[in-house]
Ligand binder design. Structure first.
Ligand SMILES: Cc1cc2nc3c(=O)[nH]c(=O)nc-3n(C[C@H](O)[C@H](O)[C@H](O)COP(=O)(O)OP(=O)(O)OC[C@H]3O[C@@H](n4cnc5c(N)ncnc54)[C@H](O)[C@@H]3O)c2cc1C
Length: 379
């Protein structure tokens, strides 16, 4: 069992308080993910932006932000993520913050690119995006069709389509993956500022996690300056896909934490409204066990970031627990329960989304079996 030292407890307590603000906004953002203005000055959004930003580019330095500083360990982040998702995962995903794009900009960006990216986020009205998935290429990302072609004057033109891109159609600044040639090593990540000539974006109307603002984006010869390609200063093997894989390894446990936080929120909500709901103890124990697994996987990721075996196990388990908990919660409050409890009804809709983030269950199973065969289970 992963022990909660004083620092982890302080992180848990600070994020638990902040998560109440997320929850208060959940139904309103779910009803209209376009109406964000009323939420953008929320203290928890400022905190999430602060903790995702390196010291040099921070606008504020709060006591809670100091606890969960940029570059905090995977375990510290997982403790915070579970609590924030217990407030509401979809609202956390709606926050204009560095998020996934920040992870890859840190990994592959030059100082100048990092400065451009992080300073664009000042003021809390600019969203970020990480555009990898395409209409026919989700799990098999290396088969992506989006192209980066030379424009004949030393710069590039970006063409292609991306799908299910969180916050993409809101514009802002983010990373789009495209290929310069046929090999996986030719896949590059470009820093893109939107709107741009040749770009179109529209929100996909999803049932769950509506705050994530999943979007369809199209790029028709969008100009990309050569200094906007990430990883130019790095060897060819450590650019596009390498950065993406590192980003997924860092974020997988956090997605698992968000799934567990949602499962805990549903369990606790039902317990609060129905003291003797059938099966409540078992459902709570299962969610707590999934949380332990997430923390163990996070601690192991801190010790050995290259081995993803346990984080894949944790993601698989956490996504499944979220769905199992949702199925139980959908009948736990009686026949009219979901009509009377819209927040619970929303979390039930949200709970299916975790399966797809950072790799579907089947893809995690493939990683788990490869890790097991390589002996990672016993490390
Ligand atoms: C809430 C949410 C947020 C997201 N945010 C982003 C984002 O910000 N940026 C981004 O780029 N994408 C994002 N995505 C997209 C996500 O990464 C993809 O949905 C995911 O990679 C799966 O791709 P797909 O939907 O095309 O499904 P597919 O890859 O087509 O998979 C369909 C089914 O086939 C199975 N399958 C696929 N390949 C195999 C295989 N080799 N063996 C066995 N089974 C297989 C899958 O497990 C799945 O069940 C997001 C998705 C969600 C739900």
């Amino acid at each position: 069992m992963t022990g909660m030292d004083a620092r982890l407890q302080a992180i848990r307590n600070a994020t638990r308080v902040a998560s109440e603000d997320l929850r208060a906004r959940a139904l309103s953002i779910d009803a209209d993910p376009d109406a964000m203005e009323a939420h953008l000055d929320s203290p928890v959004f400022a905190l999430m932006r602060e903790v995702g930003t390196p010291d040099a580019y921070r606008e504020s330095h709060s006591a809670s932000g100091e606890l969960l500083k940029h570059g905090a360990s995977c375990l510290e982040n997982a403790v915070g993520t579970v609590e924030l998702a217990r407030g509401d995962a979809a609202v956390a995903l709606a926050c204009p913050s560095p998020a996934l794009a920040g992870v890859i900009v840190d990994l592959l960006g030059t100082e100048k690119q990092q400065e451009l990216f992080y300073t664009r986020l000042h003021g809390g009205r600019t969203w970020t995006f990480f555009a990898m998935t395409e209409p026919r290429h989700g799990s098999d990302a290396t088969a992506m069709e989006t192209r980066l072609e030379r424009d004949g004057a030393g710069d590039w033109l970006l063409s292609g389509r991306k799908l299910y891109i969180g916050n993409g159609a809101r514009g802002g600044i983010g990373v789009v993956f495209g290929r310069t040639g046929p090999s996986p090593l030719s896949i590059r990540a470009a820093l893109i500022e939107l709107p741009a000539a040749g770009w179109q974006g529209k929100r996909v109307d999803t049932i769950g996690l509506r705050g994530a603002y999943l979007s369809e984006l199209s790029f028709d010869k969008v100009p990309v300056r050569s200094d906007m390609l990430l990883g130019q200063h790095l060897p060819a093997t450590r650019r596009g896909m390498w950065g993406a894989i590192k980003t997924f390894n860092a974020m997988r446990v956090q997605v698992a934490g968000a799934a567990v936080g949602t499962a805990l929120a549903m369990t606790e909500y039902v317990a609060e409204h129905h003291k003797n709901a059938t099966g409540a103890d078992l459902v709570l124990a299962r969610a707590q066990a999934a949380r332990e697994l997430v923390f163990e996987a996070a601690a192991r990721t801190d010790r050995d970031p290259e081995r993803s075996y346990l984080s894949c196990v944790a993601k698989l388990g956490a996504a499944r627990v979220a769905v199992q908990t949702a199925r139980w919660a959908s009948s736990a409050l009686g026949p009219a329960g979901l009509l009377e409890h819209p927040l619970l009804e929303k979390w039930i809709r949200d709970s299916c989304g975790f399966e797809f983030m950072e790799g579907t269950g089947n893809i995690q199973r493939l990683h788990v079996s490869r890790g097991y065969q390589a002996g990672d289970a016993s490390v």
